[in-house]
Design a protein around this ligand. Structure first.
Ligand code: PEP
Ligand code: MN
Length: 344
């Protein structure tokens, strides 16, 4: 069974001791890439913004001593040049950067120029591209394509969750459909889950990591700090090295399937989908008739009281049948939205 590709390390490089101590512990756990932010994008001014260039020396030292590759976040051409100058050739693009095509293009152009100048080779470079802040598949794809067109051959996509404006029990909502669609369109780009930024909470990281393995993700990017409670950034979500040890020990990966044993169940599934969508079509046709009536009687399409009743009945049904209420709400909201469209 192939081992998951593990990227781990502190949210931010804080001191030389912290970097070297953490790197030594992680190297023993079979971690492939040691992560540490040097320039931290902070939502509000005044928060800890990283140590900057000095920390690149510490990362280089950690890399030389442990044999892991060190990685840091780059958001500008200056960051890229400074990192490469320190022989840091695994770089990640943060969610806020992937959101901005101008910055992505500047980073792509800089990488292309650095390759052309012989400052780095394509086999040394590994670029990790985090998902954009909002669940916009095209922005994520666009960033991957820009970096690819610059001549970079080793790219991984990092799923760290999205801001959707909807309540979620995590710091960021997973919106699994977006990474699934990305995988479908770029089957050769490994998908990595960042359960730290997704959940925002250390206690939730192991479960989500296990889920990612079950789904077939290639690896994980996990924040680890020697003293999480006193970390200068993201202190709620970083694991201690011991916690990472326990997490990794409990992980089981799944191999690419020889899936012929599934054909019977898959046929049943396909037939169920046929029925499900036949019924959905019927539902929309009824909606269209309702739309005609509403138009003739000058009634608004959106009737929030009626929808609140429909939804609450469905959620009660979900509870009786032990279905996840959030999931049923999402499905019902999508059906209702499409239904309203048929009534226009
Ligand atoms: C990080 O990895 O430290 C980070 C800032 O991540 P994101 O871009 O996912 O918020
Ligand atoms: Mn962080």
């Amino acid at each position: 069974m192939t081992k998951p590709f593990i990227i781990a390390g502190p949210c931010a490089a804080e001191t030389r001791d912290q970097v070297l101590l953490t790197a030594r512990l992680l190297a023993r756990l079979g971690v492939s890439v040691f992560r540490a932010g040097v320039w931290k994008p902070r939502t509000e001014p005044g928060a800890f913004e990283g140590v900057g260039n000095n920390a690149l020396d510490w990362l280089r030292e950690a890399q030389q001593e442990t044999g892991m590759s060190a990685a840091t976040e780059v958001a500008t051409p200056e960051h890229v040049r400074a990192a490469l100058l320190h022989n840091i050739t695994t770089l990640w693009m943060g969610a806020r950067t992937t959101t901005n095509p101008f910055l992505v293009q500047q980073i792509a152009d800089t990488l292309q120029a650095e390759i052309a100048a012989g400052h780095v080779t394509t086999s040394q470079l590994l670029i990790l591209i985090k998902n954009p802040v909002s669940p916009d598949l095209r922005l994520w794809k666009g960033a991957i394509e820009r970096i690819r067109r610059a001549g970079v051959t080793r790219i991984m996509a990092v799923h760290r969750g999205f801001q959707t404006g909807q309540p979620t029990s995590y710091r960021n909502a997973p919106v699994w459909s977006v990474p699934f669609a990305l995988k479908l369109q770029f089957p050769d780009i490994p998908l990595i889950l960042d359960p730290s930024h997704l959940t925002g909470k250390a206690s939730l990281v192991p479960d989500l990591s296990a889920q990612a393995m079950s789904l077939g993700y290639t690896g994980l990017m996990i924040e680890v700090h020697p003293d999480p409670a006193h970390a200068m950034s993201d202190n709620q979500q970083q694991l201690s090295p011991d916690e990472l040890t326990a997490l990794l020990a409990g992980l089981t990966t799944r191999q690419e399937s020889t899936d012929s044993g599934l054909s019977g169940l898959r046929q049943q599934l396909d037939e169920t989908d046929d029925t499900l969508f036949f019924l959905l079509l019927r539902r929309m046709q009824i909606s269209r008739q309702i739309g005609v009536f509403k138009r003739e009687h000058n009634l608004p399409v959106l009737q929030e009281k009626r929808y609140a009743e429909v939804l609450s009945r469905r959620l009660a049904w979900a509870r009786e049948n032990n279905l996840d209420e959030d999931a049923v709400r999402r499905i019902m909201d999508a059906i209702h939205e499409e239904s309203c469209r048929w009534q226009l």
